[in-house]
Design a protein around this ligand. Structure first.
Ligand code: G6P
Length: 757
């Protein structure tokens, strides 16, 4: 039997039972009330009649006279509501007087006379006479000589039964009405909240099974909402697993070996075995800030999240980072931890707090005014202050303590340190927990030994780095420069065959791992841009143009934004035909603005954009739109997909993920990439139009080449670049880093020293 029918029948049975039980008790009490009421009335009436009747003369001359009087009295009481009448008997049970209706009843029902004869005391009783119920009230009549006769008052009590029947009938109607209402409501609830959502979910599952993807049904808030939610999650996982298996099979078939998130997950789990992964970076993957609508979560502008999140998700690791958001302290637990990503928590983020003084010295000062320009060689002088160096050391120690706390109960920890903010961290961790596998990835370029040599704490930095088992750079040339720097600065034995440094009994491997992005197949909702078409984007910006160029950067002097603008200006000088047709959109995320060179650059970038706009502006057209704010990945994706050309003109860049993100987003195989030859990405994306950003003339010509390129060629170039990004994707980067780290032989320590605070 269907559940809904069973539910309805159970409800009906329940309601009927309850209603009838109530009806029965009502009938009983009504009957009791009416009966006692009738008895009381009969009694009162009996008293009145008895008083009128007086003593009965049983012999003598007055007997006949009395008979007539009695008859008159009983007749008087014979015509009242529900009262049948009265009768007077002598002691022998002979009728002395009787009202007419009583006479009829007595004639038909001898039981009345029987009852009167039997009863000697005052009282009433109910008799069933045919289909009628009678109430017979008998009252002895007394005179001087004692009891002389009996007075009988007869009531028709059938109305009591009729009243009970009416109550039962009403109860039946109530039951019917309630059954109708309950059935309707139950049916509607079952339909809206259970059957409907289940049917929708089933239909969705059927379509998924048949390979058709459609958005999952909205069932939240319904009775089966949570269940449906779980079913949808499982179905999604199964579909993803099936897609991964199909992709694997397809790749095996095609002889390719593309890394996927699933493959990485299995790989990482097999490499870590019993170990756990800890990632340390200065920039956190999610920061909480106080915005207009309360606490908001933001993904900072950094390639780190794109690169590292899949690894952390794969093994449910822990990411330790500086809590820099204005609402960060409000969103952690008492151990300064929270689970992320916020919409689908899969790993732990541990926040480390820094005072303003620490942040100024370690982050703004030593890291970004010292090491950043030192490594980038972009003609901004590095500044080295002793105070900043002290803060850098203490901040590294603070992070080391946090890492050690997090891995306290882990027997085989893997630590992946990120970037130039933590050159001292590998040694600190290794000294405290020598069995830890420590790797550091240097995301920015490594300069030549002479350039690095200007740092007053060169030796200390190198010594800190060599605490690691593995040091990764984006390119082979960065590895070479690093080994040369070690060679020129420290006592060590360099094994050039295996690219390793042996020092103080410890061996550090140095290898290139070109970082990358994931290449979406477009099926993922998160990759669907907000505004997919170019016209809509231009409209939103209030610009009329036919061709779109895009640049996406943090406002940083290494990115060559001013050089790019000069190239665009020159392009319009040389190609007036493109005026009023081509608009370049520069998305610029404000960055490190407390540093003077950065705030100056921000002002200068705005000023340059304005100057060029003033020079060429016409009607609703402008050559440059400068969007100076943080944009989400989805917002940027819309521009990537709409642009004819993307400009990456870094003066020096370890890799540059914007170039790869642009390629990854072009699943239409359209769009041209202009790429600085001073980026790590230019080593891999050889089908980009490679430029020297300092060469304004060449840059202007590259824009023209990109816009005028034969569509077939543009297509072919993009296809080749996409193949490179697909094969050398972020999963492969993470997999090789973890694999390399897991294969390193760990020297077993004698004694672990604690990290000094
Ligand atoms: C570069 C660095 C990252 C850094 C990012 C953003 O890509 O290699 O470590 O996170 O810039 O800079 P910020 O100072 O804002 O973290």
């Amino acid at each position: 039997m269907r559940v809904s029918v069973r539910l309805i029948l159970a409800l009906i049975a329940g309601v009927t039972l309850v209603t009838f039980l109530f009806a029965r008790s009502e009938v009983d009490s009504e009957k009791r009330g009416l009966r006692s009421d009738l008895e009381r009335r009969a009694e009162v009436l009996g008293d009145i009649v008895a008083e009128d009747v007086g003593p009965i003369e049983t012999a003598g001359p007055r007997e006949r006279l009395q008979q007539r009087r009695l008859q008159q009295i009983v007749e008087r009481f014979g015509n009242r509501e529900r009262l049948v009448g009265a009768a007077v008997y002598d002691l022998q049970g002979e009728l002395l007087a009787v009202s007419s209706k009583v006479a009829e009843e007595i004639a038909q029902e001898p039981a009345v006379t029987e009852q009167v004869k039997r009863q000697d005391r005052e009282g009433g009783s109910f008799l069933q006479a045919g289909n009628k119920t009678m109430h017979v009230f008998v009252m002895p009549l007394t005179g001087d000589a004692g009891v002389t006769g009996k007075l009988v008052i007869l009531h028709d009590a059938s109305y009591i039964q009729a009243q009970s029947v009416a109550i039962w009938r009403q109860a039946v109607w109530h039951v019917l009405l309630q059954v109708l209402i309950i059935t309707t409501i139950t049916m509607l609830i079952v339909r809206w909240s259970i059957v409907g959502p289940l049917a929708k979910t089933a239909q969705w599952l059927r379509e998924l099974r048949a390979g058709r993807r459609s958005p999952p049904p909205q069932t939240s808030g319904d009775l089966i909402g949570p269940l449906s939610h779980e079913v949808i999650s499982i179905a999604r996982s199964l579909v993803a697993a099936r897609a991964a298996a199909e992709e694997e099979a397809r790749l095996r078939e095609a002889g390719e070996s593309v890394w996927t998130a699933d493959r990485l997950r299995i790989h990482v789990l097999s490499k870590l075995q019993n170990g756990r992964l800890f990632v340390v970076s200065n920039r956190e993957p999610y920061e909480h800030v106080i915005g207009d609508k309360g606490i908001e979560v933001r993904v900072p502008a950094s390639g780190l999240v794109t690169a590292l999140e899949p690894v952390l998700v794969a093994c449910d690791g822990t990411w330790i980072a500086h809590g820099a958001g204005s609402a960060d302290t409000q969103t952690v637990d008492r151990h300064d931890r929270l689970r992320v990503p916020p919409e689908r928590p899969q790993y732990t983020l541990r926040r480390v707090w820094l005072s303003q003084e620490e942040e100024d010295g370690y982050y703004y000062g030593f890291s970004n005014e010292g090491l950043w320009p030192l490594c980038h060689i972009a003609h901004t002088r590095p500044i080295f202050r002793k105070g900043d160096w002290d803060r850098y050391q203490s901040a590294n120690a603070k992070f080391a303590r946090a890492v050690l706390e997090e891995m306290e109960r882990t027997e085989e920890p893997f630590v992946l340190v990120q970037d130039y903010h933590f050159a001292l961290l590998p040694r600190m961790i290794k000294e405290a927990r020598p069995e830890t596998r420590v790797g550091i990835f240097w995301h920015i370029p490594w300069p030549n030994p002479q350039a690095f040599g200007i740092c007053p704490w060169e030796k200390e930095l190198l010594d800190g780095l060599l605490g690691a088992d593995l040091i990764g750079f984006h390119t082979q040339s960065h590895c070479n420069y690093f080994l040369e720097t070690i060679d020129s600065c420290l006592e060590s034995r360099i094994d050039r065959e295996h690219f390793a440094v042996n020092r103080g009994g410890h061996r550090t491997l140095v290898k290139p791992f070109p970082i990358s992005v994931a290449l979406s197949d477009g099926s993922d909702d998160a990759h669907q841009p907000l505004l997919p078409d170019r016209a809509a984007l231009f409209r939103q910006l209030g610009v009329e143009a036919a061709f779109m160029g895009i640049g996406v950067d943090r406002i940083d002097y290494t990115k060559g934004i001013l050089e790019r603008f000069r190239g665009i200006e020159r392009f319009f000088e040389k190609n007036p035909g493109y005026r009023e047709k081509f608009t370049f959109i520069q998305i610029g995320a404000p960055s490190r603005t407390r540093i003077k060179s950065y705030s100056d650059l921000m002002a200068e970038t705005e000023w340059e954009a304005e100057r060029i706009n003033e020079r060429f502006r016409a009607g609703n057209w402008r050559p440059i739109v400068f969007l100076k704010r943080h944009h989400s990945h989805r917002e940027i994706e819309a521009y990537y997909r709409a642009a004819h050309v993307c400009l990456v003109t870094s003066l020096h860049d370890g890799m540059n993920l914007v170039a790869k993100e642009f390629v990854a987003s072009r699943d239409d195989d359209q769009g041209a990439l202009i790429l600085s030859g001073f980026t790590g990405a230019s080593r891999e994306l050889r089908d980009a139009i490679i430029v020297n950003p300092y060469d304004t003339e060449a840059l202007a010509d590259a824009i023209r080449t990109a816009l005028d390129m034969d569509p077939a060629e543009r297509n072919a170039r993009m296809q080749r670049m996409r193949r490179v990004v697909k094969e050398h994707n972020i999963y492969r980067w993470a997999a090789s880093l973890i694999a390399e780290l897991s294969e390193i032989r760990i020297d077993q320590p004698e004694k672990a020293a604690a990290v000094s605070s």
